[in-house]
Design a protein around this ligand. Structure first.
Ligand SMILES: C[S@@+](CC[C@H](N)C(=O)[O-])C[C@H]1O[C@@H](n2cnc3c(N)ncnc32)[C@H](O)[C@@H]1O
Length: 253
């Protein structure tokens, strides 16, 4: 069956309770995520009445962009993702919340993914998106993001992270003893509801086809820092590191 176009999904979502969908996604994403998103929003070093231009890359349902909007209510926020269901849901929730900006279907693996977007963003945020790509492609995307920011603009990144090879075994052993962040049933619940609503099975449950070379969840924090530094970012800071992920903040000089 063909992937439904966004207008078809928009129609189907019209009769839906959007909060129920956000709750399903929240459950799928695990209990630690909202706090990390608050940190991302809190770290943006500008007064809250500034009308920021923000881009949420690989937005999914738009959690990260909206976390920034809740601290900067006049921010204009653009959202991009390749998954039509996410984009339709994100757009519906944004319209309900009076968030201005564009919500667009864009495939980050295509060279022109930035078409119709701004070039002087104050803030770009990417949450759990870059690790789906190879290191080479992620480096390229970070270069694109660097270009899309104004000088002094801030890039915030949250991604799964492992430990450096010397410490990986011990870290992974410890990690297995930490409270689980994700339950398979929640993941299945979300995507089976999507399938039931739009009549399409997004295959590997909304994520890109399995790619053996993708970064995955094992890249160490310092390697992530290095990837940002290689793209030209400065003032890089590790705002948070827990069993599963890292949150990095950085500035375009
Ligand atoms: C784990 S989800 C995170 C979504 C969102 N940032 C959040 O925190 O809820 C990963 C996202 O990356 C998106 N993604 C993966 N590959 C992509 C690509 N090639 N182009 C655009 N988006 C992509 C997926 O569609 C999905 O929305």
């Amino acid at each position: 069956m063909a992937i439904p176009v966004q207008a078809e999904i928009d129609d189907k979502l019209r009769g839906e309770d959007l909060n129920t969908w956000l709750d399903l996604w929240r459950a799928e994403q695990g209990p630690a995520k909202p706090g990390a998103l608050k940190l991302i929003a809190a770290a943006i070093p500008v007064p809250v009445d500034r009308s920021l231009r923000v881009l949420d890359v690989g937005c999914g349902t738009g959690d990260a962009g909206r976390a920034i909007h809740s601290r900067f209510p006049t921010a204009r926020i653009d959202f991009v993702d390749r998954n039509e269901f996410f984009v339709a849901l994100c757009d519906a929730v944004n319209r309900r919340g009076g968030i201005t900006g564009q919500t667009l279907v864009r495939d980050l693996s295509e060279p022109n993914w930035q078409r119709d977007l701004a070039t002087e963003y104050d803030v770009v945020v990417a949450v759990n998106t870059m690790h789906w790509f190879t290191l080479a492609k992620a480096a390229e995307l970070l270069g694109d993001i660097f270009q899309s920011l104004r000088s002094g603009g801030v890039f915030l990144l949250m991604e799964p992270a492992g430990a450096a090879p010397r410490f990986a075994l011990g870290f992974d052993t410890w990690k297995k003893q930490q409270p689980a962040q994700h339950k398979y049933e929640d993941w299945q619940h979300f995507w089976s509801r999507v399938n039931a609503l739009v009549g399409y099975d997004y295959g590997f449950l909304g994520d890109p086809p399995d790619n053996q070379d993708r970064i995955g969840d094992g890249l160490s924090v310092m390697r992530w820092v290095g990837v940002l530094a290689d793209a030209g970012f400065q003032s890089i800071d590790i705002l948070l590191r827990d069993a599963e992920k890292v949150v990095l903040a950085s500035v375009k000089p």
